[in-house]
Design a protein around this ligand. Structure first.
Ligand code: GTP
Ligand code: PEP
Length: 227
């Protein structure tokens, strides 16, 4: 073949999956976190909130394609535990609430890696499996915004944006509808239940346990179950 030869047009190779994801996880002070778990967990409520975050961050850091995990929190003790795992801990802006915290974390992620795709991820996914999170990230279109609904189907566990696109988080009650109305693509994937199973109640925790809990939550769950 010479330089002037017209090459036959073949199938276009799919774009290589991004390998430089920044993930941003929000965590409020453990003394306030997981209030809906209180009737089930009693004195273990704060410990469970920390275990969920430790398991989520451990799995996120082990996920192919993830380059960095940032946690936005003003809880110094929790932040130190998460930093020891390898997370970048970003101090929360006081009083701003969940979405302000996520936007603040997104700015910090962009400062570290301006061209990297970005996703906000719930910090309460104690059954999270790296292979499933990798599948979700690979399904995000390379040029837009996308989200994954939580298991109950009203909320969101992951909201992703391509480089150069604002994240525009709208988490909180009913966030699935808000993220869809805001133009993000809903990811409809089977077999990614560990990324969708956030834990707010004792029933949720039982469902996460059926999927397989990460080591931190598993150990605490076992201690709680002992008579
Ligand atoms: N950094 C930060 N994280 C927050 C803030 N508010 C909520 N979060 C986190 O965002 C996630 C969802 O928050 P919520 O559903 O309000 O709280 P929760 O602790 O999960 O559960 P409940 O107390 O039962 O509502 C959790 O990981 C929280 O820790 C905030 O103001 N700052
Ligand atoms: C914040 C959310 O969920 P939860 O309150 O269940 O943590 C959400 O789904 O946007």
């Amino acid at each position: 073949m010479t330089q002037d030869t017209v090459r036959p047009s073949g199938p276009v190779a799919p774009a290589a999956p991004a390998t430089d994801w920044s993930l941003v996880l929000p965590l409020k002070p453990l003394a306030l976190a997981k209030s809906r778990l209180a009737p089930y967990a009693g004195p273990h409520r704060a410990g469970l909130a920390l275990s969920f975050a430790l398991d989520t961050v451990t799995a996120a850091l082990a996920t192919p394609g993830v380059a960095r995990v940032l946690v936005v929190t003003r809880d110094a003790a929790a932040g130190a535990r998460l930093a020891a795992l390898g997370a970048v801990v970003v101090a929360d802006e006081p009083g701003g609430g969940l979405n302000r915290a996520l936007s603040h974390g997104a700015s910090a992620a962009l400062a570290l890696a301006p061209r990297a795709p970005l996703a906000a991820l719930s910090a309460d996914l104690p059954a999270l499996r790296p292979a499933e999170l990798a599948r979700v990230l690979r399904a995000v279109p390379p040029d837009g915004r996308a989200f994954l609904p939580d298991s109950p189907g009203l909320g969101t566990t992951l909201l992703a944006s391509a480089p150069g696109r604002p994240l525009s988080p709208a988490f909180g009650d009913g966030s699935r509808a808000r993220h869809a109305a805001g133009g993000a693509l809903e990811l409809r994937l089977a077999g990614v239940e560990s990324v969708r199973r956030d834990v707010d109640t004792g029933t949720d925790l039982g469902e996460a346990a059926a999927l397989g809990l990460g080591p931190y939550t598993s150990a605490l769950f076992a201690r709680m179950s002992r008579p």
